[in-house]
Design a protein around this ligand. Structure first.
Ligand code: SF4
Length: 250
């Protein structure tokens, strides 16, 4: 047999064996479904993480920012809004308001109009100005680096705290649970809870700590690109052999 043909045959065998292994793990998880933590067998979780690494080796936060403060503001603005829209608004916003001081002393009615395209603009204006004031008065103009401190900022909950600490500072404080992470964690049977706080706790128990930041980015990317809420593109999903969600379309 020619060396090239040999190589191809070996690669085919390897991929067939990987597929069989994944299917076995999926079957095992399915069989365990009545029990507690059915989808969280460490081997299955490791297989999911490996597949996410294959599909999204460079997954990152899609909110454009030049510093932790801008990421904080953009994350506040991203509630119930797409990152694309937030990035559009942010482009002009950060030219006019370059730092916490500029936001803290903004004219509320002007700021409201400027962030209006992101929705919920009155509440968001209050949060953005309140957080900026607190950063200025209590943290010397710098976004704090601990979850405990960041949670004292108006309008900031754990999701925003995790985004900023993880992406801007590389600090592993928890797992970002947004709408995509919530939906995919349920579809992949990594949790049976639907409260984001509980889901985060469940994920923190089964995902190795060093993967927390990347795992959140990868699930968000997968949710945006493949595992859509209404019509998941299961035929294009590399997790398909491990997934036994009732929402599957294949
Ligand atoms: S197989 Fe379908 S439902 Fe399961 S993770 Fe992939 S896209 Fe989502």
């Amino acid at each position: 047999m020619a060396p090239k043909t040999k190589k191809k045959t070996a690669a085919k065998k390897q991929s067939a064996s990987a597929k069989r292994k994944a299917q076995k793990l999926a079957r095992k998880a399915k069989a365990d479904k009545t029990g507690r933590g059915a989808g969280t067998d460490p081997k299955r979780v490791a297989a999911i993480l490996a597949k996410l690494d294959d599909a999204y080796p460079d997954a990152n936060c899609e909110l454009r920012h030049e510093n932790p403060f801008q990421l904080l503001i953009s994350t506040i603005l991203s509630a119930q809004c797409t990152d694309v829209r937030v990035n559009q608004v942010a482009e002009t916003l950060y030219k006019k308001y370059p730092d916490a001081k500029a936001f803290a002393y903004a004219t509320p009615s002007e700021l409201e109009m400027e962030i209006r395209p992101t929705g919920f603009f009155r509440n968001k204006t209050k949060s953005v100005m309140g957080a900026s004031k607190a950063i200025l008065e209590r943290f010397g103009g710098e976004v704090p680096r601990t979850m405990e401190e960041i949670l004292t900022l108006p309008g900031v909950a754990r999701k925003t705290g995790n985004v900023v600490l993880g992406t801007a500072y590389g600090i592993t404080s928890g797992i970002v649970v947004d709408t995509h992470v919530l939906r995919l964690s349920e579809r992949l049977d990594l949790t049976r809870n639907d409260d984001p706080k509980k889901v985060e706790q469940d994920l923190m128990q089964v995902i190795p700590r060093e993967k927390w930041i990347q795992f959140s980015h990868q699930l968000i990317w997968h949710g945006r690109r493949v595992c859509h809420a209404r019509k998941p593109k299961c035929t294009e999903c590399n997790l398909e052999s491990l997934c036994y969600s009732k929402d599957k379309t294949v």
